[in-house]
Design a protein. Structure first.
Length: 649
């Protein structure tokens, strides 16, 4: 029987660039195929099964119709532009991985990754040479060199390409019984290694001739039928329908999946049993750390679970199959397992980066375990913040509580070895730790005036301090000042002045009530801010603050400040006005208070711009009245008349 051998001229590159690839790699074991460059899906089809010309896709093929378009390639096609392939409407690709037990297609790894990155579903195929070695040997070689599968919804089941012998006898010199045994050996080994049977690519004529139309493989192995004709319905015995159909070979091998795109994704995902078994096998099977199965598979929470001697593999279509074991499994089950708040696992149990702990990630959180702290869950936004900070390698360390609800019922939080993360719907998740957390705790956490944190702990722009902002205030810390809260109007004024970069520097007290209970204040490194309901918030600092303090603060006749410290119009002096007077300062005169009728007289003369200049004394008593001295003279006040009079020196 004549067989078809494609020449380079028979391939028209569709989304292909570059020259024909050189011959692939050969292992040291066994005799390599003589011409593996030319061995690919359909390369050996006889003349009566090959097309006369390129064909269009069958009617109805498309991602939203009854079939989904795909291609199969090997290094014969050279460099593939996978993004262009995807843009052309192709939704899946199969790539040649191996041949016999010596050949690895040198473009397989590139094609396998490139097709996936372009958004295609992808799979690997093995070109069988049954006369070279046993089916088990070729299955193992295939799996070891890329013919694997994972239930991720993107990786299609591997394929056994078994067709006409390109090097001799059509059936490789096998009897039908021997061929059936060889295929069974390959299929069984693949199921053992990866957890599911491979798809079988063949033609009806070859299968009939070389296996006696054996019906024994249709139950577990999907069929990929090759035939360049309009009717693929004439199938080998044992299959009621085809899964894939290779319907043309030009300008590149053209394939169609017999179903919808969702059904193709389901084929990639596999059955629950296949996914669970495949994962168990990847972890070493019965000889691995999970050990042998215990009991049968169970359904739960819309998914499945299979217990093993040392753990459990959980599976759902949304999460895939993953193993949970030990104390993490105990904690997971105590929290409701897949039906609880964590959902299904998304990883196996693994070691933490620091080598101290163990963890599993789940759909809605994680469980972390250490020998000293035990197992604790961390969920959703709190986990996301912890992850963004660097997991257990951060300042926070490991969780020491589960995800808990705050007493007010609004927030969730986890405490960690060196801090906490709090979450609310309005603030998101923010961490707080160290001295700042201790200060917040001393104020009664979220029940304090500050309420919940709205930032993580952050460094100040000057590099000296640390802070957290809260819903109603902030806490600032430096090594020299400690941690102090600031909120409300006092914080707003401090912010408007430039925070710690202002003349005030960092807070040195919390906001505190004044002795007369009429006002609130915060002291800072360089001054203070005082607030009353009537006057608002005003800052006072330096020599003016010192003078005010020497007069007994707000208990003095001056009362509370009504302005911030302000520059005089001539640029020489500084002043604060108060309820009962003012304090003026210059470098030459120092700080002096002025009030009452004397202040009014000075103001009427145009303040420091008058002949008097700036005050050089506080107001002091004289017989029958009071006096204040100035640079250019003085003002006296008569108790008898109530009149203030200015005099020159």
């Amino acid at each position: 029987m004549a067989v078809r051998r494609r020449t380079a001229g028979a391939i028209v590159a569709l989304c292909v660039a570059g020259s024909l690839a050189p011959q692939g790699e050969a292992s040291a074991a066994g005799a390599p195929p003589r011409n593996p460059d030319a061995d690919f899906m359909g390369s050996s089809l006889p003349a009566d099964e090959r097309p006369g010309a390129a064909k269009a896709a069958p009617a109805g093929v498309g991602v939203n119709a009854v079939g989904v378009q795909g291609i199969d390639v090997s290094h014969w096609q050279g460099t593939m532009d996978w993004n262009a392939v995807a843009a052309n409407g192709t939704r899946f690709a199969y790539l040649k991985a191996t041949e016999g037990v010596t050949f690895v297609d040198q473009r397989f790894a590139t094609n396998y990754a490139g097709s996936y990155d372009a958004g295609l579903l992808r799979g690997a195929y093995h070109f069988a040479l049954p006369d070279v070695s046993s089916g088990a040997a070729q299955a193992n070689y295939f799996v070891d060199h890329g013919g694997t599968w994972t239930p991720d919804g993107r990786t299609l089941p591997p394929v056994l390409d078994i067709e006409y012998n390109p090097y001799g006898d059509t059936c490789f010199g096998f009897t039908q019984q021997q061929m059936v045994a060889w295929v069974a050996d390959f299929v069984t080994t693949m199921r053992t290694r990866i957890g599911r049977a491979p798809m079988i690519y063949t033609t009806r004529n070859w299968w009939n001739l070389c296996t006696g139309n054996n019906p024994g493989f249709g139950l577990n192995s999907p069929l990929w039928i090759a035939g360049y004709h309009d009717d693929p319905s004439k199938l080998p015995f044992g299959w009621g329908a085809y899964t894939m159909w290779q319907y043309a070979s030009s300008p590149i091998d053209q394939d169609v999946f017999n179903g919808t795109i969702d059904e193709l994704r389901a084929l990639a995902t596999g059955s629950p049993d296949e996914a669970i078994t495949a994962h168990h096998n990847r972890l070493g099977g019965a000889a691995g750390w999970l050990g042998a199965p215990v009991g049968s598979r169970s359904e739960l929470a819309g998914g499945f679970a299979q217990d093993y001697a040392n753990g459990t593999v959980y599976y759902s279509s949304g999460s895939g199959a993953w193993a949970v074991n030990g104390l993490i499994r105990t904690g997971y089950r105590q929290r409701g397992g897949p039906g609880g708040p964590l959902g299904f696992p998304g990883t196996d149990e693994g070691p933490t980066a620091d080598g101290v702990g163990r963890f599993n990630h789940f759909q809605n959180g994680s469980i972390y375990w250490t020998p000293d702290l035990g197992a604790h869950d961390i969920r959703s936004a709190i986990r996301a913040t912890w992850a963004a900070l660097g997991w257990e390698r951060t300042e926070l360390g490991y969780p020491i509580t589960d995800d808990l609800t705050a007493p007010d019922g609004v927030a969730h939080y986890n405490h960690f070895q060196r801090g906490s993360i709090y979450w609310t719907p309005s603030t998101g998740a923010n961490e707080i730790r160290g001295f700042i957390k201790a200060k917040w705790a001393s104020m009664d956490f979220e029940r304090s005036v500050l309420r919940y944190p709205i930032t993580n702990e952050l460094g100040t722009p000057d590099g000296i301090g640390r802070y957290n902002h809260f819903q109603e205030g902030s806490i600032y810390w430096t090594p020299s000042t400690g941690a102090h809260e600031i909120h409300g109007y006092i914080r707003a004024l401090w912010q408007s002045l430039g925070w710690e970069r202002s003349v005030l520097g960092y807070p040195t007290t919390d906001e505190t009530a004044t002795p007369d209970r009429a006002a609130r204040y915060s002291h800072f490194e360089g001054g203070s801010i005082y607030w009353t309901p009537d006057l608002g918030a005003h800052e006072i600092h330096g020599a003016i603050k010192t003078k005010w303090g020497s007069l007994d603060w707000e208990r003095s006749f001056l009362g509370y400040p009504t302005t911030n410290e302000t520059a005089t119009p001539d640029g020489v002096g500084r002043y604060n006005h108060f309820q009962g007077g003012s304090i003026y300062w210059t470098a030459a005169t120092g700080a002096h208070e002025i009030h009452g009728a004397i202040k009014a007289k000075w103001g009427s003369l145009d303040w420091e711009r008058s002949f008097l200049g700036y005050p050089t004394s506080d107001e002091f008593a004289i017989p029958g009245g009071a006096r204040s001295n100035f640079q250019g003279g003085y003002i006296t006040w008569s108790a008898a008349t109530g009149v203030a009079t200015a005099f020159r020196y």
